[in-house]
Design a binder for this molecule. Structure first.
Ligand code: F6P
Length: 537
């Protein structure tokens, strides 16, 4: 990949000049162009991506595409798909796309297919009841123990695909919070529970502590020899898993070339395949693969991940927007923002460029969100009338899964109404007009008017998808994964390491050992006071 400072490109300089001409133009003005919506919409398979409600013109789009070309995005895509070591600081390729490639030429095809077959056989035997617990009972509950990418992907997808779920009840333990561990297992019957321990490294403190506690709770009730029927693990570190007491035939391998936050497509997705069955899991992979092909083959101007990444760069680096909201209009996707927080912020929260120099421009955006319409009754006030510019992704579906059109129409009426209102706002004249219908004094109307005016001009991108299915979900997630990649390329940063998180892991270990002798530990005065207070409680 080329290491190019984006701010030194011609396209960036032109974008800067162009920004001065467009920064105060209202979207309502831009919508006078009759061809705008057609020009700024991508219809791809079941996705209608309308990005016309963004503060861009066709000229902006063309300059942004020039930027992508100038920083060498095409070559970078070729390196990414070609299995080159693009995660240089960890000396790894980034090949999660291979996990959903069913073609004859797929990277590591045999190994990947072998693990997929193992997932298929195992999940079938659990779901159909052939695999029994140690006392001969069928499995009814699955507990996924993992954190970060070993939790967020599986839990988000299992929640999202609840409609497609089978009879198994799936639980997730991630935080090293003993209270949460106990709350999760207290009503479980160990005889009918399967524990899936997921840790790429099998060194993560939270996961190992939780797994150890749960294993002890289990052994206490059913004995050591029962572990084999009830514990499986997903990891690259086969030795550590075996040392933990899980035998090799109960280990589902994964590979170093799959990053934790991009790993739900690997055996990390075992809990997904258990919850919805292997066929739906495969549909999820195939949907993601369709997006992989789209990303690889479509020209930048028609390419969903490229366009959406460029929009992010536009707001982040030119408008100075600090955050982006993701608002799914379906309760099924309630964990999507949390999942994307890890995927996006762990990837692009970097301040050193690919040459090891501090960047002189903004990088990773802050991601947050909640499903609509709940979010409308929570933080939308700030998006509508606050001082910050918050570009938002609106994700909605044409059809509900249970077919209740009355509810779905209300849900989607809100969906459309919000993006329209965010764009158009409400002028002083409109507010005054509305007051005419009420019997208020002129003075009162004058007093109230400023509070009821909405500036509008708030950008949104609408993803209108036919239905929420394993396949469309796979494509949606893959879309965000590629968007992350494109942004990382443009910002000239390494998106696939996470040294900031590694530091936290190291420091927590130090503090834990300092609990033994807080008085002589080496901490700043504030931390020391807190540690003493904690230990004396
Ligand atoms: O959160 C940091 C991280 O390193 C993630 O990248 C990873 O998904 C998570 O920890 C869990 O790591 P592991 O799967 O090795 O337990």
């Amino acid at each position: 990949m080329k290491n190019i400072n984006p701010t030194e490109t011609n396209a960036w300089k032109k974008l800067q000049l162009h920004f001065e001409t467009i920064k105060d133009v209202h979207l309502k003005e831009l919508f006078k162009d009759q061809g705008r919506v057609a020009a700024l919409t991508i219809q791809w398979q079941d996705f209608l991506v309308d990005y016309s409600k963004n503060r861009i013109t066709e000229e902006t789009k063309s300059l942004l595409v020039d930027l992508a070309e100038e920083v060498g995005l095409s070559e970078a895509i070729a390196s990414y798909y070609g299995g080159e070591v693009i995660n240089k600081t960890e000396d790894r390729a980034v090949m999660h796309t291979a996990l959903r490639d069913f073609s004859a030429t797929a990277y590591h095809k045999q190994e990947v297919a072998g693990v997929r077959d193992a997932i298929k056989t195992f999940t079938k035997s659990i779901i159909e009841g052939a695999h029994k617990g140690v006392t001969g009972k069928v499995i009814t509950d699955v507990v996924n123990i993992g954190i970060g990418g070993s939790d967020l992907g599986p839990v988000m997808v299992v929640e999202a695909l609840q409609y497609y779920k089978n009879h198994l009840t799936t639980h997730f333990i991630s935080n090293v919070d003993g209270d949460h561990v106990m709350e999760t297992i207290k009503d479980l019957n160990p005889e009918t529970t399967l524990f899936v321990i997921v840790s790429k490294t099998f060194t993560t403190q939270e996961t190992l502590s939780n797994a150890t506690t749960v294993r002890a709770w289990f052994v206490d009730q059913l004995g050591e020899e029962a572990v084999g029927n009830h514990f499986v693990a997903v990891s690259t570190n086969l030795e550590a898993v075996q040392n933990f007491g899980i035998t090799s035939h109960n280990i589902f391998p994964m590979w170093k070339w799959v990053g934790g936050r991009f790993s739900l497509w690997s055996s990390v997705g075992l809990s997904i395949a258990l919850a919805v069955g292997y066929d739906h899991f495969e549909d999820l992979l195939k949907g993601a693969h369709e997006m992989d092909v789209h990303f690889k083959e479509q020209p930048f101007g028609e390419n969903i991940p490229v366009i959406t990444a460029l929009l992010s760069v536009w707001y982040n680096n030119f408008f100075g927007a600090e955050s982006e909201a993701v608002i799914p209009y379906t309760q099924y996707l309630h964990r999507l923002p949390a999942y994307l927080q890890q995927a996006i912020m762990e990837s692009n929260g970097k301040s050193v460029d690919r040459d090891g120099n501090p960047v002189t421009y903004e990088t990773g955006n802050i991601i947050w969100g909640e499903p609509g319409t709940n979010s409308q009754h929570a933080f939308f006030q700030l998006i509508h009338q606050g001082t910050k510019l918050i570009p938002a992704d609106f994700i909605g579906f044409k059809k509900s899964l249970y077919g209740n059109t009355d509810h779905h129409d209300k849900l989607m009426a809100n969906f459309f109404a919000q993006t329209e209102a965010l764009m158009n706002g409400k002028t002083k004249d409109q507010v005054t007009e509305e007051f005419k219908e009420r019997t208020l004094s002129r003075k009162r109307i004058e007093q109230l008017t400023p509070f009821k005016v909405f500036e509008g001009n708030k950008p949104t991108t609408t993803y209108l998808i036919d239905t929420l299915s394993p396949s469309t979900l796979g494509a949606l997630i893959a879309m965000y994964e590629h968007k992350i990649f494109v942004q990382g390329v443009i910002w000239n940063i390494y998106s696939y390491d996470q040294w900031g998180v590694e530091l936290g892991k190291q420091l927590a270990k130090q503090v834990l050992s300092d609990f033994n002798d807080v008085e002589s530990s080496n901490h700043d005065a504030s931390t020391k006071q807190l540690l003493i207070s904690y230990k004396n409680a």
